[in-house]
Design a protein around this ligand. Structure first.
Ligand code: FAD
Length: 117
């Protein structure tokens, strides 16, 4: 089957969007269970990502720069940094991680506590 760079790029954009938005909503003070869940998610993502070459490079990045899961700022900063590592390899411009603040908005308002309507 022919490679399709457009489809690969679309998959990448959609994936980064989910990942960065997830970090923007990760708790500022996560429980140990929440931190473990995020770390596990990232490693499974890297294992199962459907672009094999991308996944292989991403797994090497995770070895070099282990996921930071101690809280929202650390997690968002870490993902921004590793995305910039991918950008560099693909010769794309770096993103200024100081400006990540409200860039990723899930559009879902404030989280409700469990049991609230
Ligand atoms: P993208 O890199 O998709 O970024 C989308 C948007 O996110 C940008 O427009 C910008 O607004 C914002 N952004 C950019 N940098 C950052 C940052 N550091 N932090 C926060 N936001 C940012 N493609 C390949 O061809 N080869 C690969 O090996 C490869 N590996 C990949 C590995 C992973 C884990 C993922 C998720 C994708 C990979 N891709 C790979 C796809 C590639 O990273 C891009 O998604 C794709 O080329 C489309 O690029 P883009 O220019 O639209 O911007």
């Amino acid at each position: 089957k022919l490679e399709n760079a457009t489809a690969r790029a679309e998959l990448g954009r959609a994936s980064w969007k989910v990942l960065h938005t997830m970090m923007a909503r990760f708790p500022e003070e996560p429980t140990p269970d929440e931190s473990t869940a995020l770390k596990t998610y990232i490693h499974l993502f890297a294992r199962l990502y459907p672009c094999g070459e991308c996944a292989r490079h991403f797994r090497a990045l995770l070895e070099k720069f282990p996921p930071q899961v101690s809280g929202r700022n650390a997690a968002a900063g870490w993902l921004c940094f590793v995305h910039n590592q991918v950008n560099e390899r693909l010769e794309k411009p770096a993103f200024d991680c100081n400006n990540i603040g409200d860039f990723y908005d899930c559009g879902c308002g404030e989280d409700k506590k469990e049991g609230e309507e």
